[in-house]
Design a protein around this ligand. Structure first.
Ligand SMILES: *[C@@H]1O[C@H](CO)[C@@H](O)[C@H](O)[C@H]1NC(C)=O
Ligand SMILES: *[C@@H]1O[C@H](CO)[C@@H](O)[C@H](O)[C@H]1NC(C)=O
Ligand SMILES: *[C@@H]1O[C@H](CO)[C@@H](O)[C@H](O)[C@H]1NC(C)=O
Ligand SMILES: *[C@@H]1O[C@H](CO)[C@@H](O)[C@H](O)[C@H]1NC(C)=O
Ligand SMILES: *[C@@H]1O[C@H](CO)[C@@H](O)[C@H](O)[C@H]1NC(C)=O
Ligand SMILES: *[C@@H]1O[C@H](CO)[C@@H](O)[C@H](O)[C@H]1NC(C)=O
Ligand SMILES: *[C@@H]1O[C@H](CO)[C@@H](O)[C@H](O)[C@H]1NC(C)=O
Ligand SMILES: *[C@@H]1O[C@H](CO)[C@@H](O)[C@H](O)[C@H]1NC(C)=O
Ligand SMILES: *[C@@H]1O[C@H](CO)[C@@H](O)[C@H](O)[C@H]1NC(C)=O
Ligand SMILES: *[C@@H]1O[C@H](CO)[C@@H](O)[C@H](O)[C@H]1NC(C)=O
Ligand SMILES: *[C@@H]1O[C@H](CO)[C@@H](O)[C@H](O)[C@H]1NC(C)=O
Ligand SMILES: *[C@@H]1O[C@H](CO)[C@@H](O)[C@H](O)[C@H]1NC(C)=O
Length: 581
């Protein structure tokens, strides 16, 4: 028995300032293992019933908690899925009444109806890049793969004139994929006013000076530029920011990224997307080019179905259905086409934005939401897209192995997809956390004791609605109460020991597995230091902080059987496996 320190201190409880917190600071990521059985969860089913009701009320009233919904001309399709369940958790389509009069395409929207997905295409482009080329070349300079930009870097000296010329010699593939190249948004096809104005109109009537012939952009408003026209013109566009200053949304960046990939592999982009994604994932309702038939598509009045955006397709031209977007999302979350390590590297932020809950990845638009208990942060990896008359959003959660998408078509598609996604988010996420905790309670909560009659060792695990993770509420090791504050000097008033899944698992070959957890030791009564360094939720500083014979005192292993239920707990530093009683 140690005389001057409590066991909790030995276990690492006073390791970092983060323990001086009034509420638990969970480690980032899932606080309990992802739910595997949402379709049988009462909470989740009740959330879906609420969602169904919210949707039908919104449709009958044309109004939602986020404002009016166009229920006359705009159709939508929703699908929710878990990677642990084969069939979608929820699929719901709304067909706008005026679609009945559409000249072409479906009159009744289903999960297999083909929409244009706009910039959701960027996810297909980057995923294809990762499948074809991996991420080893991510830090390579774009000039290595694009001869036109190599020439531009030489001819248009950005060191001499950084205001007018992009420093192509500094731009990496990563920056292109994550809106950090600081380059222009579009070229010619979108945004060029010259192409938007009536050719016969007088620009001076809009306050614009007339352009002379050399300033007029080729292919504005008409057919998309050829590669040569594109580079000749786009290299004349001014940089927006220097690379890696701030995220600046760029469609052109994905066109250039796809040219770089073509240079790396020697294969054209449509073939690569088909070979890497459409065929392996059986995305039979998806295509790169405008489909030969529009019979299974949705073509509301004013649609842009047949708009061919040429090589900018890599940024926003694809077609897909809810059922196919679900397949794509499942593939990403399960690493079915790239390695899990690569997926983890990919699903990370690359930059902040000016919103504290939003970050940017490649090409992820990452939003952070909170769930109870404890306002735990949950990161949602999303991608949205818009083209005239069409809109899409895909939302993926690694914490929950869950995703959903909303596709919309009609004049109000962009508002509809975001608004419906907001309603889905509000309806389901807390119930998913609650379901995960309920499954964790069934699977892990209980008392675990040494089978040896001479060893008085016990661990009790339980979930508590006001604390994150799995709680260790009793911990006796060989007769010593590990959670008891034993000595005044280092006493801990309100010890809190929570276990969080590390994501490390070992299959045991009999359907069972060992699931890795790390414990976080906190004193919830110690008060908060506050200030810059006191509010950072720095529990992650102290993980693995103390160890006994090289094995960490916070390392726990839970062995589960083929039914997912825990069989034993091993506090690994103590070298004893405690069986569930
Ligand atoms: C899911 O829950 C149902 C009902 O509780 C149960 O019958 C089924 O075995 C569970 N499935 C899994 C994979 O845990
Ligand atoms: C469903 O809606 C009811 C009424 O608004 C609410 O009390 C309940 O918590 C909701 N259920 C879920 C699982 O969100
Ligand atoms: C729409 O719903 C919101 C929130 O439920 C409500 O505040 C608003 O008054 C409603 N608007 C109309 C036009 O009914
Ligand atoms: C629906 O579309 C029709 C035809 O374009 C238009 O006249 C009407 O105003 C639209 N209604 C709504 C609610 O957007
Ligand atoms: C639309 O399709 C769904 C799903 O296939 C079907 O259940 C429904 O009856 C169809 N509705 C109409 C109006 O055809
Ligand atoms: C790839 O780009 C490099 C440099 O930009 C160029 O030298 C090379 O010819 C290109 N290769 C192909 C196959 O396009
Ligand atoms: C670009 O300009 C810088 C500064 O004016 C100069 O030092 C450099 O030699 C120039 N590079 C080329 C390739 O002309
Ligand atoms: C067109 O205008 C630009 C300035 O905006 C000028 O530099 C260029 O010489 C002009 N070209 C012709 C052909 O007039
Ligand atoms: C591919 O999807 C279609 C329906 O879209 C289905 O009929 C077919 O069986 C699927 N093929 C495979 C190999 O799963
Ligand atoms: C839809 O398909 C029909 C029949 O092939 C064709 O005539 C029409 O031009 C297509 N419409 C659009 C908008 O693609
Ligand atoms: C338990 O403690 C006793 C002394 O109280 C000691 O002899 C024994 O080795 C300990 N056993 C384990 C497994 O720690
Ligand atoms: C085991 O140890 C705990 C903590 O010291 C003690 O309270 C309990 O009585 C012990 N149980 C037995 C059976 O010795």
């Amino acid at each position: 028995m140690v005389s001057s320190l409590s066991n909790l201190v030995l276990l690492g409880a006073l390791w970092s300032p983060a323990v001086f917190a009034a509420t638990n600071c969970p480690l980032h990521g899932a606080d309990v293992p992802a739910p595997r059985n949402l379709s049988s969860s009462q909470t989740f089913q009740s959330a879906l019933a609420n969602l169904t009701q919210t949707l039908s009320q919104s449709i009958s009233s044309g109004n939602t908690s986020y404002g009016p919904l166009d229920v006359v001309n705009t159709s939508f399709s929703i699908e929710l899925f878990s990677t642990h369940e084969f069939t979608p958790l929820f699929t719901n389509q709304f067909t706008a009444p005026t679609l009945a009069t559409a000249k072409y395409g479906v009159k009744n929207v289903t999960a297999d109806t083909t929409f244009r997905i706009g910039s959701l295409t960027k996810l297909f482009t980057v995923y294809t890049f990762l499948i074809q080329a991996g991420d080893k070349k991510w830090n390579d300079l774009v000039t290595k793969y694009i001869p036109e930009l190599l020439s531009a870097a030489e001819a248009l000296n950005s060191t001499a004139n950084p205001i007018d010329h992009v420093s192509w010699e500094d731009v990496t593939l990563w920056e292109l994929a994550s809106h950090l190249a600081g380059i222009g948004r579009d070229y010619s096809g979108f945004g060029e006013l010259d192409g938007l104005l009536d050719p016969l109109s007088d620009p001076t009537a809009y306050g614009l000076p007339p352009l002379n012939s050399s300033e007029v952009v080729p292919c504005a408003g008409g057919a998309m530029c050829s590669r040569a026209q594109f580079f000749a013109g786009f290299t004349e566009r001014h940089p927006v920011y220097a690379p890696s200053t701030s995220p600046i949304y760029s469609n052109v960046a994905f066109q250039i990224l796809s040219y770089a990939l073509e240079n790396i592999t020697g294969i054209d982009m449509p073939t690569m997307v088909s070979d890497s994604l459409l065929k392996p994932l059986n995305l039979t309702h998806s295509s790169w080019n405008v489909p030969a038939s529009n019979a299974t598509g949705i073509l509301p009045v004013g649609n842009s179905w047949s708009l061919d955006i040429g090589d900018e397709t890599a940024a926003g031209g694809m077609f897909s259905s809810s059922s196919d977007v679900t397949k794509l999302g499942r593939s990403i979350l399960t690493s079915s086409l790239i390695s899990p390590a690569q997926t983890r590297r990919w699903m990370q932020p690359r930059s902040f934005t000016s919103a504290s809950n939003a970050m940017v990845g490649a090409p992820w638009e990452i939003y952070r939401i909170t769930t109870s208990p404890n306002d735990r942060l949950v990161d949602l990896y999303t991608k949205s897209g818009d083209l005239p008359g069409y809109s899409s959003v895909l939302v993926l959660s690694r914490d929950y192995d869950f995703g959903f998408s909303v596709l919309a078509a009609g004049p109000d598609a962009s508002v509809t997809s975001r608004l419906i996604a907001g309603l889905v988010q509000d309806a389901v996420f807390q119930s998913i956390e609650d379901s995960a905790r309920s499954e964790a309670s069934t699977n892990y909560a209980g008392t675990y004791t040494s089978s040896s009659t001479t060893l008085n060792s016990t661990v009790t695990i339980s979930l508590d609605p006001s604390f994150p993770g799995l709680g260790v509420t009793t911990w006796i090791s060989n007769g010593t109460d590990m959670l008891s504050p034993q000595v005044e000097k280092a006493s801990i008033a309100a010890p809190s020991v929570r276990l969080y899944p590390s994501g490390l698992e070992r299959e045991l070959g009999d359907g069972g597995k060992e699931v890795g957890f790390r414990a976080v030791f906190e004193d919830l009564k110690a008060g908060s230091i506050g200030g810059l360094f006191g509010n950072g939720c720095e529990t992650w500083f102290g993980v693995d902080g103390t160890y006994w014979g090289a094995v960490a005192t916070d390392e726990f292993l839970i062995r589960v059987g083929a039914d997912g239920k825990a069989v034993s707990v091993t506090p690994r530093a103590l070298r004893v496996e405690l069986g569930r009683t």
